[in-house]
Design a protein around this ligand. Sequence first.
Ligand code: TRP
Ligand code: SF4
Length: 403
Amino acid sequence: MNSSSAQRVLSGMRPTGQLHLGHLRGVLNNWLRLQHEYPCYFFVADWHALTTEYDNVGIIAPNVWDMLIDWLAVGIHPGEATLFIQSKVPEHAELHLLMSMSTPLSWLERVPTYKDQQQKLQDKDLSTYGFLGYPLLQSADILIYKASLVPVGEDQVPHIEFTRELARRFNHLYGKEPNFEENAKEAIRKLGKKNAKLYKDLRKRYQQQGEEDALSTAQALVDSQQNITLGDKKRLLGYLEGQTKTILPEPEVLLTPTSKMPGLDGQKMSKSYNNTIGLRDSPTTVENKIRTMPTDPARVRRTDVGDPEKCPVWRFHQIYSSDEIKNWVQNGCQTAKIGCLDCKQPVIESILTELSPIRERSQHYLTEPESVRAILTEGCEKARALARETLEEVRQAMGLIYR
Ligand code: TRP
Ligand code: SF4
C-alpha cells in the first residue's frame, strides 16, 4: 500500500487529564481494536484545549502527559499507532491558516457545537477568533494526514461533515490544473485499450446516469493500476467526478459507540459529574468509591427489600458480572437475603482485576518519563513527515511555490 491509498485512521482527544473507566469502555477500547486494523494516528489536541483554556494554560501540559500515559497504560501501542502532540506538528497550523482564507464565516457560525458550547460554558468568554475556528482546526488535523476514517463520538459528527465540505471546496478552488482535461485524456490512454474503454464507459455512466456503482468500479479500476504515476492516478480519479483532482480527500466518520459505562451515581460517567473511577485510582480508592455508592433508596435497613432496577450498582453488575452472579443479585436484593455491601463485592473485584494491569503499566511509564518522551519524539517525526508531504501539495496547488 502506498501512502495515498492506505486507509488511514486519525483521531484526537483534548487533554482532559487522567482518564476514567468511561473513556476506557468507549473511545479507548475502540482505538485498541483499530490499531490492529489500520495505520492509526492518535494525537493530543493541545491547541484545541487552548480554545477554551486560554486563560488557564498551566493545566495543559500536565494534562497532556497524564493522558498520554493513560493511552499507553491501556495498551495503545507505539509500534501499532503513531502517537503525537498536535502543537509539535506545526504544519496543522499552516494548513489551518491557508484554509481560513476561503472558509466562509457562516459555515463556522452554523456548526452546532459553536453555540452549544458557548451556552454550556457561560462563565467563559468564548466569543473569540480561536474558538470560532475550532472546527477548522479540527479539519486541518484530519486533512493534513489525508485520513480516510475518523473515529469520533456522535457529538463530533458535524465537525467531520464540515471537514468534508471544506475538502470539497478546497479541491474545487485549487484542484484545477491548467491542462487538466488534456492531461486526464493522456492518462486514460496510458491505461491501455481495454481499460481505457472500460474507464470511459464507467465515467459516462456515472456522469450521465449518476450510477454510484459505476463510480466505485471505476475508482477500483484506477486504484488497481500498477503502471501509472501517482499524479495520473489522481487525475483519473478527479476526472471521474468532474474537472478537478482531489488534493484533500474527504474523510468518513467511524462512529464510536457511546460508552455504556455508568457513573457511581447512575448518571453517565463524566469528570464534570464527579462520579468517575479513574484508571489510576488505587485499589483502596476504588473500593471506597464503590462501597459508598448510592443504592436503591428503598433499602434503608438491611432487612428492607430492594429492586436492582433502581440501583446504580446493578448497572455495574450488568457490565461486569456473570449470569450466575446477576441471578444472585436479583434474588438476594428482592428478598433482602444479601446486603448491599455483599452485593458490591464482586463489582469491586472485577474492577480491580480490570484496572490492575493498567495501573502497573502506568507506574512503569511514570517512573520512566524518558520512555514516554522517546515514543512521542518518534511519533511526532512520523506525523510531521506525512504532514509536510500534504502541505507541499497544498502550497503548490495554491501557487505558493517560489523557485
Ligand atoms: N474535537 C475533538 C473532541 O473534542 C478532538 C479533536 C481535535 C479531534 N481534532 C480532531 C477528533 C481530529 C478527531 C479528529 O473530541
Ligand atoms: Fe443495589 Fe445490590 Fe443493594 Fe440491591 S442489593 S440495592 S442491587 S447494591
